[in-house]
Design a protein around this ligand. Structure first.
Ligand SMILES: CC(C)(COP(=O)(O)OP(=O)(O)OC[C@H]1O[C@@H](n2cnc3c(N)ncnc32)[C@H](O)[C@@H]1OP(=O)(O)O)[C@@H](O)C(=O)NCCC(=O)NCCS
Length: 212
């Protein structure tokens, strides 16, 4: 299987949204929002254009990664700009073949070239610790309200950059979902059944779990 990682182009937008919808559908809730998030993110001022990539196999888009600007702020109100990826997805039929890893590794080098000292995400540790991500707790990076969610994960690219301070992490507002707009947007896509899957319970536990 030959996989090519290349920048997303305008003609890919709808295909990437369809892929994103396939990958996330019913995974974290009945239905999903992530295709709408991808759509909205591209026009946000926080969107990082040179970190928007697709994975292609035989001319078909099978994976996608997008990044946005985020930041951490310390107790002295000093800010450091960081990079956050999401949505990241691989078509269900192509998962567990290393494509997600390729998308992360390919873009990590560009994040470094862009000068960001860290990638900070909210995601499942199972997917990201193998790529070097650590819990925010170990680097003194919490949410803005001082909590350490299990899913707050940091890949430190400039060693020691967070030393000697406590930091609060702020993700871009462009991930906020207006449900009415989202439902309207979803009508552009083929009808799909919204159903329960046990992965929704795993997610529900994960997002209410914190590191002591
Ligand atoms: C999370 C996601 C992007 C990972 O993409 P992926 O292409 O499946 O990732 P990889 O193939 O690189 O790694 C996944 C697993 O496959 C394994 N793997 C990689 N290549 C493999 C191969 N050739 N044969 C067997 N297993 C392989 C990896 O070791 C890893 O195993 P692990 O989960 O036990 O650690 C993908 O599962 C996805 O789109 N999920 C739905 C959307 C989502 O949840 N996105 C993330 C939001 S936090």
């Amino acid at each position: 299987m030959d996989i090519v990682i290349r920048p997303e182009e305008e003609t890919d937008f709808i295909k990437v949204e369809e892929l994103t919808r396939e990958a996330f559908w019913n995974l974290y809730k009945p239905g999903c929002d992530e295709h709408y998030t991808a759509h909205k993110l591209r026009t946000s001022s926080d969107f990082i254009k040179n970190l928007d990539f697709v994975a292609e196999n035989d001319g078909h888009i099978v994976g996608s990664i997008m990044y946005s600007k985020s930041y951490v702020e310390n107790e002295e109100a000093q800010r450091i700009e960081t990079a956050t990826f999401g949505p990241l997805c691989v078509h269900p039929k192509y998962q567990r073949r290393g494509i997600g890893t390729m998308l992360i590794e390919h873009t990590k080098d560009i994040v470094i070239k862009n000068g960001y000292p860290a990638i900070i995400i909210l995601g499942d540790p199972h997917n990201y610790c193998k790529h070097g991500f650590k819990t925010g707790k170990d680097l003194n990076i919490s949410t803005m309200d001082g909590k350490y969610p299990s899913g707050l994960l940091v890949l430190e690219l400039k060693k020691g950059v967070f030393n000697d301070h406590k930091w609060g992490f702020k993700v871009s507002d462009s991930y906020e979902v207006n449900m009415e707009e989202m439902e309207l947007f979803d009508k552009k896509f083929p009808l799909k059944n919204k159903e329960y899957q046990y992965s929704q319970d795993l997610f529900s536990i994960m997002i209410r779990s914190y590191v002591e």
